[in-house]
Design a protein around this ligand. Structure first.
Ligand SMILES: [Zn+2]
Length: 53
């Protein structure tokens, strides 16, 4: 698995935002989704933008 941003803009989470586990696997659908192997939640990480400060 590459850490480089993919064309669809998939962000790479390092921890599950729900249970905190590090065992994440890419999901084919929906695009850019990740599956937590610990709690089985499937989620996406969306970049909103940069903070002004
Ligand atoms: Zn989890």
């Amino acid at each position: 698995m590459s850490a480089e941003p993919s064309p669809e803009g998939r962000a790479v989470p390092f921890y599950c935002p729900y249970c905190g586990d590090e065992d994440l696997m890419p999901e084919a659908e929906p695009t850019g989704a990740w599956k937590c192997e610990s709690c089985r939640r499937v989620f996406t990480v969306k970049l909103v933008g940069l903070a002004l400060e």
